[in-house]
Design a protein around this ligand. Structure first.
Ligand code: PMP
Length: 284
């Protein structure tokens, strides 16, 4: 049975418990991170730890422990669960307090939960070869998407809409422009130029996005961080998404219309290879 971490203890998952008064449960008053594991090591742990701190400070939430302790817990869980390729999910909530919209007093102990998921096909999932079909849906999320909160109901609805349409995922549209995927950042490629939405409160600042943009620049590709429309995406040579749990995934159709020749494009393939190589080399 899987061993999970809850508030200072490593316990079998069936014995792991949090309070019914936990603000994560009652108000979605919590933030999270997902760090991938390759060959038993953590990919870009420092990036995820830094974004976690930013999410916490934007919400005036106490950090449950320091970065070194967090790294220790991640490694312990990977070891105890024998994870080779997979991920570590981490969630911090404002803790348990009598139900009140106002934040409880600052002494309230935050809840810290971590668990692992094994993903044996993480390095080479079938979709990386065939590419994903996506649909577009309106972006109906709240306005602070740069904070990685656990309010994931709309993204969850979006994945269900995609599934109902026979697609793999959805890109969200606001004011005529693509914001991002339900759980990933969105990119299009035209010629030698990669376009992805600029940072702001409208999207999550992907840790994989930051790495991919750096790698693209190092590989002499041109990068434009700006809004783009679905119409522009349909005219693109190729498209892809990035996230910590999927790395780089090609997109081959949008709303039923094929992109380019309908197969994963060379830029997405190349960036996926570069990302995997560098992540394997630098993982901790
Ligand atoms: N955007 C959204 C809405 C996401 O949920 C995620 C993944 N959690 C991402 C982008 C990608 O971020 P990262 O590369 O840090 O996983």
């Amino acid at each position: 049975m899987r061993i999970v971490y809850v508030n200072g203890e490593y316990v079998p998952e069936a014995e792991a418990k949090v309070s019914v008064f936990d603000r994560g449960f009652l108000f979605a008053d919590g933030v999270y991170e997902v760090t991938s594991v390759l060959d038993g090591k953590l990919v870009d742990f420092a990036g995820h730890a830094a974004r976690l701190n930013r999410s916490l400070s934007e919400l005036e939430m106490r950090a449950p422990c320091d970065e070194a302790a967090l790294l220790d817990i991640h490694r312990n869980l990977v070891d105890r669960n024998g994870i080779v390729d997979g991920l570590v999910y981490l969630q911090v909530t404002r803790g348990a307090a009598d139900r009140d919209f106002l934040y409880p007093d600052a002494e309230t102990v935050p809840t810290l939960v971590l668990f692992t998921q094994a993903k044996p096909d993480l390095k080479d999932p079938a979709k990386a070869r065939t590419g994903m079909d996506i649909i577009t849906i309106p972006d109906r999320r709240w306005g602070r998407r740069d904070i990685k909160t656990v309010q994931l109901l709309y993204p969850s609805m979006g994945k269900m809409m995609a599934k109902a349409a026979g697609a793999d995922d959805a890109w969200m549209i606001e004011d005529g422009a693509v914001t991002e995927g339900t759980s990933n950042n969105a990119y299009i490629v035209k010629g030698n130029t990669i376009v992805t939405r600029h940072l702001g409160e409208e999207i999550l600042h992907g840790i994989t996005r930051a790495a991919i943009l750096r790698m693209a620049a190092e590989a002499q590709m041109k990068v434009e961080e700006r809004s783009f429309t679905v119409e522009e995406a349909l005219e693109a040579d190729e498209a892809f998404v990035t996230s910590a749990s999927t790395f780089v995934m090609p997109v081959v159709s949008i709303d039923g219309k094929s992109l380019g020749n309908g197969a994963p494009g060379p830029v997405a393939k190349r960036l996926r290879e570069i990302y995997l190589d560098e992540s394997l080399a630098k993982a901790v």
